[in-house]
Design a protein around this ligand. Structure first.
Ligand code: OAD
Length: 236
């Protein structure tokens, strides 16, 4: 499917909405210990700390709005004649609020909870704690944010690799390229013959893997690039 486009997004697309990135100066991982709040071991050791961390991130959702990048990507999906699959590493809901529909949250969603006792998933907008019972099985003590922690398998990998193997264009936006497997998607798409593009504030760690790189704030470079694709100047 030469017309198919796969887009990978990271924290940089939500930065201009006021959501912190992870590895920039003052980013989340400079204030929190990744092992303590984003691993299964950290959750077992101190569930209260982990719940507080994600409760804070969940409550932020109601204070932020999608920006021009999210809207441009939703427009691309609506107006491009081939398939557009958006794969995000972000756990916020800004892509869907901007109108994206063909969307995979490979690192999960902060507005959902997962019960470790019965595997049920549900929408969750309130604070979570170890005491909250699961709405499905009624058991307390198993509820966790439905996010993927380090050491866990990201979601829908089979569907993502299938799309990467068939796309004509792969675009990576607002991600440092430091977390696998997402950082390796560019190589997978390149093997399939796709044109690969990085749109990021600065060169990412895997900048050299891309055919093309445009550096600048996503809210400027992404709408411009979407316009080029829709005008037919980028061959997908
Ligand atoms: P990072 O914080 O590692 O990288 C964010 C990237 O966005 C950096 O390369 C910035 O230069 C860029 N950036 C910042 N502001 C931007 C802007 N306005 N326009 C364009 N680019 C901008 O975040 P991710 O790459 O998303 O995983 O991190 C990947 C994963 O690591 C996350 O999903 C999370 C984290 O640990 C888990 O928690 C499992």
């Amino acid at each position: 499917m030469p017309n198919a486009i796969v887009i990978l997004t990271g924290a940089g697309v939500s930065a201009e909405s006021g959501v912190d990135t992870f590895r920039d100066t003052g980013g989340i991982w400079s204030r929190y210990n990744l092992e303590e709040v984003a691993t299964p071991e950290g959750f077992s050791a101190n569930p209260t700390l982990v719940h507080e961390f994600y409760n804070g991130r969940r409550s932020q959702l109601s204070q932020v709005e999608p920006n021009a990048t999210h809207f441009a990507l939703a427009r691309l999906e609506r107006e491009h004649e081939g398939e557009v699959l958006l794969v995000t590493q972000n756990i916020d809901d800004l892509h869907e609020r901007a109108g994206s529909k063909n969307l995979i949250h490979m690192h999960g969603e902060i507005a959902k909870a997962l019960c470790a006792k019965c595997d049920a998933r549900c929408e969750w907008r309130e604070p979570l704690s170890a005491k909250v019972p699961c709405p499905s099985c009624g058991e307390a003590g198993g509820m966790r944010p439905d996010v993927v922690w380090f050491g866990e398998m990201p979601y829908q990998m089979e569907r993502i690799y299938e799309a990467l193997g068939q796309c004509g264009v792969f675009i990576s936006i607002g991600t440092s390229g430091s977390v696998y497997p997402a950082a390796q998607f560019v190589q997978e798409a390149a093997r399939a013959g796709a044109h690969t593009v990085e749109l990021n504030l600065e060169p990412s760690e895997n900048r050299l893997d891309f055919d093309e790189a445009i550096h600048g704030p996503a809210s400027r470079v992404v709408p411009e690039y979407v316009e080029l694709i829709l005008k037919g100047d980028i061959s997908a």
